[in-house]
Design a protein around this ligand. Structure first.
Ligand code: NAX
Length: 328
């Protein structure tokens, strides 16, 4: 077997952290031949809870778990990191304006970007889960000038998976019958889940659905607002499904996507599909040999164009706002 891979998880004592760490330890993040060393980052008040989780990780007797270290200092937590999962963030609380939210998160993601720049391994891959995920990723990336920008990604895989499940249900097929789903734009209510390029059991998915009303008024809002639906039902935000999506995102990035399919990732735009360069926006991507590529050449009709532009506009506004705050 190979040397252990260093995986840093921030917000390790939170609810996504609790669902995520055991799956990483069991080998589901990187595969069954790759031992992992966990480096947990928490704020000082939550270190004790993280230590409790570390005791439980020990009790899992995971053959692939080569060690667990806990930090309340970002510089130490990201030392030698190969895979960084940035889950901890400042949630929006009552009465908080968007500017306050972005500023509070800047206070987290700026120092974390600097710490990644200072200490990460050459092959570091970063996934930002903590919201607002795309813009938090942009903040971290802009403070890590020595790390290739494309290593900073934001999670839209939960939206992608939600879209797969809703479409499969509608068509009475299994999720594995669906290929080439795409989430475009921001991980927010403006995101655009696009089934016009998707395939369901070998047919074009939009043609198989044949119901524009359902696409516009049920499917898209259901996927975009699924987070709120979960909170309403569970009394808490999505946790295990978010952890599952983070596992999928990194697993596919490292191990590759299957031939004839793609996944959705928030990645720095190279200008593809008219998305301004540098914005961290969700695209269809294929992965191979530890690298991803934005799928090129998809035809975007007027309906899709409007939806993509609206979500990208929101990302531009978020970038302008953090620019004004001096965070990027
Ligand atoms: P929790 O509040 O349960 O946990 C967050 C943890 O982060 C806490 O333990 C807190 O102490 C820690 N933390 C705060 N600041 C930190 C810092 N500077 N360094 C290290 N740790 C820090 O939230 P949870 O439900 O786990 O959600 C975490 C984040 O994921 C939230 O921002 C949430 O909005 C976001 N989500 C993103 C999703 C996505 O699809 N991109 C979906 C699920 C989720 O809503």
């Amino acid at each position: 077997t190979q040397a252990p891979v260093n995986v840093t998880v921030t917000g390790a004592a939170g609810q996504i952290g609790y669902a995520l760490l055991f799956r990483i330890a069991s080998g589901q993040l990187l595969g069954q031949n790759t031992p992992v060393k966990l480096r947990l980052l928490e704020i000082p008040q939550a270190v004790k809870a993280a230590e409790g989780t570390a005791l439980e990780l020990e009790d899992g007797a995971f053959p692939l778990l080569a060690g667990v270290d806990i930090f309340d200092d970002a510089k130490q937590a990201f030392e030698g990191v190969n895979v960084a999962l940035l889950v901890g963030a400042r949630p929006r609380t009552k009465g908080m304006e968007r500017g306050d939210l972005l500023e509070a998160n800047g206070g987290i993601f700026k120092p974390q970007g600097e710490a990644i720049n200072a200490g990460a391994a050459d092959d570091v891959k970063v996934l930002v889960v903590g919201n607002p995920a795309n813009t938090n990723a942009l903040i971290a990336q802009s403070h890590a000038p020595d790390v290739p920008a494309e290593r900073f990604t934001a999670m839209t895989r939960l939206d992608h998976n939600r879209a797969l499940a809703q479409l499969a249900k509608k068509l009475g097929v299994t999720v594995s019958d669906i290929k080439k789903m795409t989430i475009w734009g921001n991980h927010s209510a403006t995101q655009y889940p696009d089934i016009f390029h998707a395939e369901a059991a070998g047919r074009n998915a939009a043609e198989a659905v044949n119901d524009q009303q359902w696409i516009e008024n049920e499917f898209i809002p259901r996927v975009a607002k699924r987070g709120a639906e979960i909170i309403e039902a569970r009394g808490a935000s999505s946790a295990a499904s978010a952890a599952n999506a983070a596992i999928d995102h990194i697993y596919d990035w490292v191990n590759g996507t299957p031939e004839g399919d793609w996944v959705s990732m928030g990645v720095p735009s190279d200008g593809s599909y008219g998305v301004p360069e540098g914005l961290i926006s969700s695209f269809p991507v294929t992965c191979k040999d530890g690298k991803y590529e934005i799928v090129q050449g998809l035809e975007i009709d007027e309906f899709s164009r409007g939806r993509i532009d609206a979500s990208v506009r929101e990302l531009s506004e978020e970038r302008d706002a953090v620019k004004q705050l001096g965070l990027v």
